[in-house]
Design a protein around this ligand. Sequence first.
Ligand SMILES: [Zn+2]
Length: 252
Amino acid sequence: MITDTEGIILRQIKTVNGRTMLSVFSRKFGKISVGTNLTGAGKNKSALATRPFTYGEYELFKGRDVYNLNSGRVIKSYFDIGDDLDKFMAASYVLELTDKILMEEDPQPKLFVDLTDFLEAIEKRSKKLDTLVLAYMVKALDSTGTMPELDCCACCGRSRGNRPAGWFSIEEGGILCRECAQESADGQDKSLIYQVDFDIINVLGYFRKEPFSRFEKLALEDKVSDKLMDILKGYLAYHLDISNLKSEFVNI
Ligand SMILES: [Zn+2]
């Protein structure tokens, strides 16, 4: 069966006999693995479209259980992001996170748009890249149905009402009320409970709802973004087993 789709190349994996497997976030089918003999090194039009950071259009042949690349065409290459180490690390982290958080062949058209928007936004931006990365992390959690609990205490279920959340528990997967925070401070691993002195619900809610075009002039304070990064990375590791990403060793 021959089909075509737009896609973003997340990763190239070299396999035997000069074959390469591409992990592609396709608009139509979600994340798919696509086999090809092209290496991405040549000047060939299709080869250029197999490089990570490429947003392209791909014609695929679906065999019994694997997609093969017939041809590809670059719609936009974000390869220049590689000229700036900070942007490269931030965007690499986002591509790797996307590769890990998506299930195979589970279409995610909204997150697909979010990822192209993220790449556009980071290409233009020169500082506070972590604000964009955090926004994408929240959108990825939201799209895949794995958002932390923010409306009520993740431990006892008591509604938060209008009160700001004072604590976030990685283990419980959401905000905690004062009582549960005090109680679990004895029982739980303390490194998994964060006291939050900023409005985590508003920040996460804003990132979830608003498009990247609204974040152009938005930058979180360093202490807020550092803590939020710790919380979300802890949450991803604990609940989704997503940790030790290759691009994570550099602080983004
Ligand atoms: Zn509670």
